[in-house]
Design a binder for this molecule. Sequence first.
Ligand code: UCC
Ligand code: FAD
Length: 581
Amino acid sequence: VELPEGPVFSRSSIGTFFQDKPLLKNPFLEDALLRSYLRRHLPSRDVEEDLTKFGERIVEEIDALGLDCEENPPRLKHFDAWGRRVDRILTCPAWARMKEISAEEGLVAAGYERRYGEWSRVYQMSKIFLYAPSAGLYTCPLAMTDGAAKVIEPLGGASSVEEAFQRLTSRDPKRFWTSGQWMTERKGGSDVASGTETVAWPQDNGTYKLQGFKWFTSATDADMTLTLARIPDKDGHTKQGSGGLSLFYAEVRDGQGDLNGIEVQRLKEKLGTRQMPTAELLLHGLPAHLISVEGRGVASIANMLTLTRIHNTVSAVASMRRIIQMSREYATKRFVFGKFLKNHPLHVQTMARMEVETRAAFLLMMKVCHLLGREEGGVASGMELHLLRLLTTVAKLYTGKQAVAVVSEGLECFGGQGYIEDTGLPRMLRDAQVLSIWEGTTNILALDVLRCISKTSGQVLDSFFADVKMKTLGVAAGHALLPAVGAVNGALSGLGEFMRSAVRRPPSVMEMAARDLAYSLARVYMGALLINHACWDEASPADVYAALRWCEQDLCPVVTKDARGNYDPKTEAMDSALVYE
Ligand code: UCC
Ligand code: FAD
């Protein structure tokens, strides 16, 4: 048989069809919920203009820089050409540019200038939310920088770290500093109390020198860091456990730019977050200032954890929002089985389910940011302070898991192309995977939920119940939202009963229930927030629909699982037998 004539599949011709790629459009203008949320709570022309402009900058400039950071990951140069140990972490110009942009845009500063009063954090985090999916992970150093500023701010102008506070919150790219957060050592990143071996040796001038080994230090090109260490007594003995840990401030480099008593052992080879250096550091005399009461290191770094966990939530929700924006754009361009993907009901249902998850997560994220803003503005009630403590943890643990699921589903929306590296899409899944690991794993945070409930003798829970009830009150008889309200109220009373029974149960049983409890708190609260947003005068039918869809699921898995015997005392042995059979 003769080959047909013509250029279509011969030699250099590889066919005539090429799929149009999905385009990134202004992520602010494309985000109906962010815009309606701001219209409702922070209706400022300045904010709208700034976010529109920033959205444009993300499309025009920042997104390409983010890809550059992925393609040019950091390297470690141990020695100079003459054999001297230098330990230089070499990052690409795009990474350096991200630092300048972060200062120019006030991505940390906006949280401390407090231009919008109690809504300042909402404004700041809206910017981070738009920035994160394009930032080449620069949001990681920004999170730690924000956390360090939060810890340092109350120390005041006379402290040895005032200059650092000014730099961390500066809008001047030449002055702007970033911070690290070195908590994890080889023995333990969750169990910091037993894992920390670093010793802080007192010096005659009142400062300290640190000796130890930090096992995970991200964005290690930072200018300063906060870290934990034990101060020895006069015999050189250190106190073990949490009560032996103190918090230190240290500058990473000296005036010449050389590392200050630090050796970089190696850079980690990571599944994701490859844009950013994560190093193992040997500290052999790092000069440091004590910035907490001795033995109060963990409690003092808790403020940093609050901020970094909120940033983690923002990045998680941002990754979900971005993958949906890209998926729905692609669905207008990909033509299969005789129509565009956007006209295939099953495909649209898949995206709608992702959208419901993202809306719920978004409202929880914003709630926590607003609570933080109220706390910092000095206007938060006792109930709101309880909610901030509880929901920071709940939001981080729940959205970290949601992000992996939604981004994974999102990649599938592109078919095979979702798996292809140079589309820029697989990176999103790799980077999402870390969100449930660092800053406290899911289980550790679930145990933190138990901790903060028991520390406040249940007051945190009382605040939670009261707030959920308040949020669902405004739904009038006959309203389309009533099934959702019924589901939330039903879940809430089940949760109440479960918690009342908790006092009769051994602590190990409550530990087994911790993750389901945290998930229940998340789902119930997200339901209440969706209902509340859908009750707003200017809410859209989609807002009502999202609330109804969310509340169709099991809002209170802790009750369902309890009824199925998941936390019976004998279950622990059965689980163990199952896993190790
Ligand atoms: O992973 C890291 C950086 C990654 C890069 C940054 C990414 C940022 C997001 C970017 C997005 C792109 S840094 C490492 C993070 N490490 C952790 O998160 C540690 C996880 N482990 C825990 O959270 C544990 O629960 C510990 C370490 C807090 C447990 O410590 P202890 O010492 O065993 O716990 P205690 O004794 O219960 O707590 C000591 C004190 C208590 O206060 P007092 O003594 O006044 O009763 C606790 O109430 O600390 C208080 N505390 C807290 N306070 C503990 N946790 C908290 C909290 N979350 N909030 C307030
Ligand atoms: P482990 O504590 O050993 O946990 C292992 C597993 O056991 C987890 O699933 C955990 O949930 C579970 N587990 C542990 N205890 C319990 C319990 N009591 N009950 C039930 N389950 C439990 N750290 C820093 O300090 N600074 C950084 O800059 C930093 N950057 C990082 C960057 C990356 C990319 C990664 C991956 C990690 C980074 N970390 C950093 C470390 C991170 O914070 C820790 O890895 C994390 O907190 C978990 O600690 P671990 O690795 O010791 O895990």
